[in-house]
Design a protein around this ligand. Sequence first.
Ligand SMILES: [Mg+2]
Length: 265
Amino acid sequence: MLRLDSSLMIVTDLDGSLLDHHDYNWEAASEWLARLKQHAIPVVICSSKTAAEIIPLQKRLGLSGTPFIAENGAHVALHGEPILQNEPDENYLALCNTLRTLQATYRFSGFHDFSDAEVARFTGLTLAEASQSRLRQASEVVLWRDESNKLDDFRIALAEHGLTLTQGGRFWHVMPVGCGKGIALTQLLQSLAQHKANPLTTIGLGDGPNDAPMLEQVDYAVVIKGFSKTPVILQRNDQQNIYHTAHVGPRGWREGLDYFLAQPD
Ligand SMILES: [Mg+2]
């Protein structure tokens, strides 16, 4: 079992992991969050959510100022994010233009195609949260409405535009090739290593296929039971460092930390 010491870092997905898939609460995880905070162990959010969504959440979770990974790795914030724009980024709008051309061939919708109110309705987010979820910088959330056997062709078409597709717990996500939670985490760890004498030991927690690249990179992986039809499959050989939870959401999150981390006496 690992001890609560200063060389530890937690890397976590939000929806379906630290946050409940349906109502976004994190009550079951709050005891661990307090304990980690007490021991100054950083909890790095690694999510498909936008920076505009993550920053207020960090505040409510007591994690302000901690680095985070947004939009599935398309955006890494090393010191939190000082300045937030209140409109979508140009890179994002260019990506949406590319997707619009593909909508002639494939049936799908992106967050860009909806209003805040519509996003709020089908995600269960509040109107303000839905608005934050649409302040995107580098990736698009996609609701696939076509046959699932067309996804492979869609993937090929995206690759021709330098884009890639990954599956979250709820939606599909399109982002530039070379982005992903795993690559972003590697970048983050490299930056942090410049200021740290000892290498960090990482525990990662996630429930969706988009978490797999992150869960491959961490020292200890908690695969939280999820709602996605696609299972999270890890290629790593150290099975003893992988734990699959019996519970979903924040209860699974707690279960995973209970498994790997010793509680203080
Ligand atoms: Mg998730």
